[in-house]
Design a protein around this ligand. Sequence first.
Ligand SMILES: Cc1cc2nc3c(=O)[nH]c(=O)nc-3n(C[C@H](O)[C@H](O)[C@H](O)COP(=O)(O)OP(=O)(O)OC[C@H]3O[C@@H](n4cnc5c(N)ncnc54)[C@H](O)[C@@H]3O)c2cc1C
Length: 414
Amino acid sequence: MHVLISGGGIAGLTLAYWLHHYDIQPVVIEQAQSLRRDGYAIDFLGTGYDVAERMNLIERLAAQQIPFEALLYVNSDGKQIARLDAALMRTLTEGKYMGLMHETLEEVLYEALAGQVEVRFGRSLVSVEQGPDGVVVTFNDGTSESFDLLIGADGVHSSTRALVFGPEEQFSRYLGYTIACYPLADHYGIGSSHTFQMYNEPGRMAAAYCTPREDEILTFFMYQSARQERVPREQRLAHLREKFAGMGWLTQQFLADVNPAQKVFMDAVIQIQMPTWHRGRVALVGDACDCPTLLSGQGASLAMGGAYLLAGALHDSADYQEAFRRYEQQMFAFVQTQQKSGRSFARSFLPATPLGLFAQQTLMKVLLRPLFRGLLRRQFGVESLLSPQKQDVQRDKSGTAPHDNGTPPQLYIS
Ligand SMILES: Cc1cc2nc3c(=O)[nH]c(=O)nc-3n(C[C@H](O)[C@H](O)[C@H](O)COP(=O)(O)OP(=O)(O)OC[C@H]3O[C@@H](n4cnc5c(N)ncnc54)[C@H](O)[C@@H]3O)c2cc1C
């Protein structure tokens, strides 16, 4: 079987790995000219961690993790209001937790494919035509090629989804926030303190955190906005300065110290909700079909878990239609639960009034304690989609045989 994967991010590279593992030869196209450097960090745990473990990648990832020791909520003078220790996260996850740069995860996944899977950079899809025997795609260089299947792993703003299922507006659900981030030289002692520091005012948040590079930090901004914004790259710094005017703590320094040529990552916080993730010979995986947003802390997990289950289903099923159905069935309920939890977290994440903010900070002081382990486990998405004890439940529900090879994709149904 000849499979084209559009998108060389977390989902696309994981899918390529597992398809190759099952002797299904994929080709990956990636629109960027090389691996991306988006410059943000992710909490890596749950399903993502489990899949990485099955790919023997934990040691390589751990060697490059962020030396994160604590999350601090601070006031405008930088004084600590509440604290969550990384040690508690490790306890909650039984040691299966890392803070990673998004780019580190992509690099390690890419290295795991080296020399085994063809990855074509600078390539994207212009058109897709499905026929009874295959799917014919045209690339941005004008060439055409035929594949048995096309998998869209091209992220939250997927063009595969747009070409095959319809425009983004049909499937996106805006959660009321814009986020932005960029790296800075660490003149503030945040990198060397190995912390993630966060400061809130009504409707907006500024934060900064350590990276694996001692002399660098990453800034992070989030604000409420009634309508979904699309800010052109060259206007992003000016836009941020306007939105964060007068904000306390180190916010004004962060905005003043940035190099004007610095690339700023900025996006609206949206979820992707679709009634189905496949049409004919085309299926979607990762943020392209199930983006839960950063507020759920589950995006990388759903991307890797989805890729793993899709590859397993293609290997095990009689045909691609059955495989797509099985993959969707295995993921759907879990995704809905994660998205729901992301939405409810979003509602209270940035209180709009001083009173709301006071209530949140008071609650935070109490909740970020070992005593509330159960709640914290749920909030941080510790549960894994691949849960050995649930394998039988899934087999009964789907009526399909379990996976072979001794490493079956197993499903947790919440
Ligand atoms: C600020 C921030 C913080 C986050 N924090 C967390 C966290 O703590 N924990 C967590 O699990 N998740 C987190 N996430 C979410 C997580 O990063 C995503 O869910 C995850 O990257 C999704 O993987 P993906 O492969 O589906 O998409 P992506 O990682 O976005 O990869 C998509 C790839 O497709 C490529 N592409 C796009 N369009 C095309 C095209 N037309 N043709 C070819 N290629 C294309 C892109 O260049 C990219 O390489 C966070 C996200 C953000 C923005």
